[in-house]
Design a protein around this ligand. Sequence first.
Ligand SMILES: Cc1cc2nc3c(=O)[nH]c(=O)nc-3n(C[C@H](O)[C@H](O)[C@H](O)COP(=O)(O)O)c2cc1C
Length: 183
Amino acid sequence: MEVLEAIKTRRSIRHYKLDGVSDESLWQVLEAARWAPSWANTQCWHFVVVRDPSIKARIVELLRGNRAVQAVDEAPIVIVLVAQVGRSGFSGGVPATDKGEYWYMFDSALAMQNFILAAHALGLGTVIIGKIDTKEVEKLLGVPSGFRVVTMTPLGYPAENPSPRPRLDTSALVSFDKFELSV
Ligand SMILES: Cc1cc2nc3c(=O)[nH]c(=O)nc-3n(C[C@H](O)[C@H](O)[C@H](O)COP(=O)(O)O)c2cc1C
């Protein structure tokens, strides 16, 4: 699938088939994430591939109330993106910009975007999940201090084909030469 087509046709998938995901496909999408750009090529990301039903069940419990809870329950795999803090956005051990330590969020998003687009190109579904009790997930997965859970997504074959959610017109997002918000 062409990149532009993948960007335009990807949707958040919240219902999954029971079919498993081959190791080959899993490694292909992880490989796509690996090629994301990052601050000074620091690559602060780490992907925990959750397949153990008991760990997945606990994540489902922690996601109660989230629209994506059923997606995680149904999909055969959950990918949890963990980032190391204190590397992205840092220079000589101190934050290099007015954004402080938070560039790890930016780099993680780039890796996640690669991941979800590659998954879609292979016919796999994902939905980025941000509303998580990260502290509890960190405990569950044994994430050490200095690392933070950023986001997660189920990974599996879609059992739905949702319509596109609306987007603002491109012209409403853009100004030329000077910043200007169109009303
Ligand atoms: C940072 C971020 C956090 C999100 N968190 C959740 C979430 O917690 N639960 C959920 O069901 N969807 C979540 N989503 C999915 C968005 O709702 C979805 O991307 C948006 O509505 C656009 O729909 P689309 O992905 O199908 O184009 C999140 C998306 C992003 C980018």
